[in-house]
Design a protein around this ligand. Structure first.
Ligand SMILES: *Cc1c(COP(=O)(O)O)cnc(C)c1O
Length: 434
């Protein structure tokens, strides 16, 4: 696999280099030079394949011979050992439930694949790394669970004290083993700045073999295309054109879908759905692209004012706006609309949405009324409603059933190391630990 930087100022790299570098030195994003079409036979047989079988074909097609088939099979079988069912909600709207992994959110797909790919390369090279990651909630727990007990890797997670939900904090601080949680007396921006500074500090970076695991890593993007194929496989025999609606923040999830389409997956259209942080839907509806500071909403994993994958979205279309808006519609919804959708859908259908999925549902419903009337719509339900029980329960006027792996976490002992909010605090921590 050959990858280029979207800023075009550094040489191409192979997959392994892109995985460990994360970000190219010119501050662009790595993208595959070529995205090969999958063979017709794959799409003819897809409805008979499991998630893991599909994952193997899709990742092999993108990554090429850098990871031999048998090794890749082990990686995907271990990474994707949970389901991703398409569940009917109404006549023409389905939910693709991406929350059946260990942390109950779709980021498990990216984090689990990335950790195993890194572990594979490290073992081959007899190397070790320390993953350093800042989180405002969900990414951290997916990374912590994803890297748990992967040999050759230790993980240090920085989170802002008092600014993550109780469940999120539990998910970060109860992992243990090779995962350490650092509770920072500051904001998420402080955490992110401290991590950035550590990577810029060459001496520290090399001495401690620091590596990143953030959402722009190409090994997190690739697995986010797999469930689009698997969802298509589940509805293929109904013979309708398929529209996917993606509740979005950094637009990595949507980019996964666009890559799937580029390999030949017959997707009629995408709907990019946002909360009040609507820079991309605005752009898709003909306004200039203007990033701005994020605003807080109840779908907080989508509170992004400067989406990091926008450059990838543009690169996939060679920046041709007419082609982009032919494939992708954009819609945004307020918190009030999100809450009304959760209440209404539960009342009418009994289906419980989380605040992120609710935006996907609302955008899809509106889109199918205006356009693509003959299509089957699938929205990506990106988190389990129990993770947002404080929002959801008053709206549906009953309690949400907590899956076992979430309730188990609540009774575990927490372990976190408190540190201050400057880079010197992080540096001191790194220097003193064994
Ligand atoms: C991260 C996240 C999103 C947004 O996904 P992007 O790839 O950043 O667009 C949506 N919903 C949930 C629950 C998330 O954790």
């Amino acid at each position: 696999m050959i990858l280029y930087s979207t800023n075009h100022r550094v040489p191409d790299v192979n997959f392994e280099e892109a995985v460990f570098k994360g970000l190219p030195d010119d501050n662009g994003l790595y993208m595959p030079r070529e995205i090969d079409k999958l063979p017709d036979s794959f799409f003819e047989n897809i409805h008979e394949m499991s998630l893991q079988e599909i994952a193997l074909q899709v990742t092999a097609n993108l990554i090429g011979d850098e990871i031999p088939t048998n090794d890749l099979m082990e990686i995907v079988n271990d990474a994707f050992d949970f389901e991703a069912p398409v569940v009917p909600v109404t006549e023409n709207i389905r939910s693709l439930e991406l929350y059946h992994g260990p942390t109950l959110a779709f980021k498990d797909f990216g984090a689990r694949f990335m950790s195993r790919v890194m572990g594979y390369f490290l073992k081959k090279r007899k190397r070790e790394v320390n993953i350093l990651v800042a989180t405002s909630g969900d990414t951290g727990s997916a990374v912590a669970q994803g890297f748990l007990n992967v040999p050759g890797i230790t993980v240090t997670i920085l989170y802002p004290r008092g600014k993550v939900s109780e469940i999120q904090r539990k998910q970060l601080t109860t992992v243990g083993q090779n995962v350490t949680a650092l509770e920072v007396s500051g904001t998420f921006d402080d955490c992110q700045r401290m991590v950035k500074q550590a990577f810029l500090d060459r001496k520290i970076r090399e001495k401690h073999s620091l590596s990143s695991a953030n959402s722009i890593n190409i090994s997190r993007l690739i697995p986010q295309s797999i469930y689009y194929y698997y969802a298509y496989a589940q509805v293929k025999e109904e013979g309708k054109p398929v529209v996917f609606c993606v509740p979005s923040g950094n637009y990595g999830n949507l980019c996964g879908g666009l890559i799937a389409k580029a390999t030949g997956l017959p997707i009629k259209r995408f709907v990019a759905a946002s909360n009040a942080n609507d820079v991309v839907p605005k752009y898709l509806n003909g306004h200039p692209y203007e990033t701005r500071p994020s605003v807080q909403t109840i779908s907080n994993a989508m509170d992004v004012g400067d989406p990091s994958n926008f450059a990838r979205l543009q690169a996939l279309y060679d920046e041709r706006f007419p082609d982009i808006v032919r494939d992708i519609a954009g819609k945004s919804f307020s918190d009030e609309q999100t809450e009304a959708t959760i209440a209404r859908v539960f009342k009418e259908t009994g289906y419980i949405l989380d605040p992120h999925g609710a935006i996907g549902y609302a955008a899809l419903e509106q889109h199918l009324k205006e356009c693509d009337k003959d299509a089957l719509g699938i929205f990506l339900e990106t988190a389990h409603p129990a993770k947002f029980a404080d929002v959801v329960e008053p709206l549906i006027k009953q309690s949400v059933i907590f899956p076992k792996r979430l309730s188990e976490v609540l009774s575990k002992t927490e372990n976190a190391i408190s540190i201050g909010s400057s880079y010197d605090h992080l540096k001191a921590y790194l220097e003193q630990r064994k």
